[in-house]
Design a protein around this ligand. Structure first.
Ligand SMILES: NC(=O)c1ccc[n+]([C@@H]2O[C@H](COP(=O)([O-])OP(=O)(O)OC[C@H]3O[C@@H](n4cnc5c(N)ncnc54)[C@H](O)[C@@H]3O)[C@@H](O)[C@H]2O)c1
Length: 388
């Protein structure tokens, strides 16, 4: 199999997971890293056993050994880095959200289509075997027509006023925090699994902690404040809590909440779908189980076991039943789909059916959705039609 060269821009928290995932594929060479400085890129490259480092993302993109660029920088750098990669005619894997707003995301989607490069956004929950099983079951009609889709994505990493991240700064993270960061995952998962599109939203947002202590030095992503860390008080303008009512193009209704301030909830992502003859529920923190609800027979729990999954979902499971698959395995599955696509020389524009991984079209839609939710919450208009 032809080997594919990969480069990564911004290896902070999630970047090394991109590297691990592509290394597991067996035909991808991790060629180089670009960081915020030449020194940080060099240090990361040494730490992760990556041969090359660069002083800038522009230099990485120029390297002819690199065919695919992963962008795992903070959100404000998604647009310029993604665009430069596309203009160089290279394939792009961008972390989510695709861009700071729908307008930037639309330009990226259109530029990628013009260049004919493969474009992916890491809405990685799609890579879980039971998520794919749930999708197949809904498509096959196992629970009848879905009429209610609901759930949440709750976290607690911003519960204290000493907790801080660039995700809270609108010029770095965008106009939204909780909805953009984790609400986008819930919406992508729900639409991917159900095949239905969210067309209208009614949102309520709030900032539970309006003033925070921002560290004056650097701090690792998701790390707690140090004892003697110097800080400054800053006003927070983005939401850490939101509830959104949603309407789907299928006529189905839904509701979800997102929070970064719910003690005890880490990555508590839940999606439940109620249909005419049954229900399905997947909970990220118990991701090896799929709950099946019935009215006229006993409810069941399908425990992940490749031999019990339908064929198209089976290829997302790599361990026998009883061995837990996890976030990193699902992430690797998404990379397998993306690089399989690249290896086969496929063009998303020419494919009759969209790939299982999220493309820039999905990334664009996610930005449109978050924009509509903010509009609904801030304008007091009530229901807002999502403009795609
Ligand atoms: N898919 C997921 O589940 C998931 C999980 C975590 C993060 N993310 C996304 O990944 C992105 C990064 O998040 P993170 O938590 O890893 O953040 P992070 O702050 O830990 O890492 C960002 C990295 O980018 C580097 N960087 C900053 N400016 C740069 C520049 N000009 N050139 C190159 N590198 C630069 C920083 O030094 C840092 O190493 C965000 O967009 C986030 O939403 C996605």
């Amino acid at each position: 199999m032809k080997r594919i060269g990969m480069g990564i821009v911004g290896a902070g928290f999630v970047g090394p997971h991109h590297i691990d995932a592509v290394r597991r594929l067996g035909f991808v060479d991790v060629v180089g890293i670009a960081g915020s400085s030449e020194a940080s890129a060099k240090a990361k490259a040494e730490q992760l056993g990556v041969p090359k480092s660069y002083a800038s993302y522009e230099a990485l993109i120029q390297d002819s050994d690199i065919e695919v660029v992963h962008n795992t920088t903070p959100n404000y750098l998604h647009y310029p880095v993604n665009l430069a990669v596309i203009e160089a005619g290279k394939h792009i894997v961008s972390d989510k959200p695709l861009a700071m707003n729908a307008e930037e995301a639309r330009k990226l989607r259109d530029a990628a289509a013009v260049k004919g490069v493969v474009h992916a956004v890491t809405f990685n929950y799609r890579g879980n075997p039971l998520v794919q099983q749930m999708r197949l079951m809904i498509e096959r009609g196992d629970i009848g027509r879905p009429h209610f889709l609901f759930g949440h994505y709750l976290q607690d990493w911003l519960l204290k006023d000493t907790d801080y991240s660039w995700r809270l700064e609108p010029d770095k993270g965008g106009a939204s925090s909780a909805l953009g960061d984790v609400g986008s995952h819930w919406c992508d998962l729900t639409q991917h699994v159900s095949g239905a599109r969210i067309t209208e939203v009614l949102a309520e947002i709030s900032t539970t902690i309006p003033t925070r202590k921002k560290p004056l030095g650097s701090r690792e992503a998701f790390a707690a404040a140090g004892a003697n860390e110097r800080v400054e008080k800053v006003e927070i303008k983005v939401e850490d809590l939101a509830t959104v009512l949603v309407r789907f193009d299928s006529g189905a209704r839904g509701v979800f909440s997102v929070s970064q301030v719910s003690a005890g909830h880490k990555n508590d992502l839940v999606l439940e779908v109620n249909g005419a003859t049954g229900s399905l529920r997947w909970h990220q923190e118990q991701q090896n189980e799929l709950w099946i609800g019935r009215r006229d027979q006993a409810n069941q729990v399908l425990v992940k076991d490749p031999s019990l999954l339908d064929e198209p979902a089976r290829r997302y499971a790599h361990l026998p039943g009883g061995h837990q698959e996890a976030w990193t395995d699902a992430f690797c599955n998404v990379m397998r789909d993306v690089y399989g696509y690249i290896a086969e020389g496929r063009d998303p524009k020419k494919d009759a059916t969209p790939p299982a991984f999220a493309t820039f079209e999905d990334g664009y839609r996610a930005n449109c959705l978050v924009g509509a939710m903010l509009e609904s919450a801030k304008s007091g208009k009530g229901w807002v039609k999502v403009q795609y």
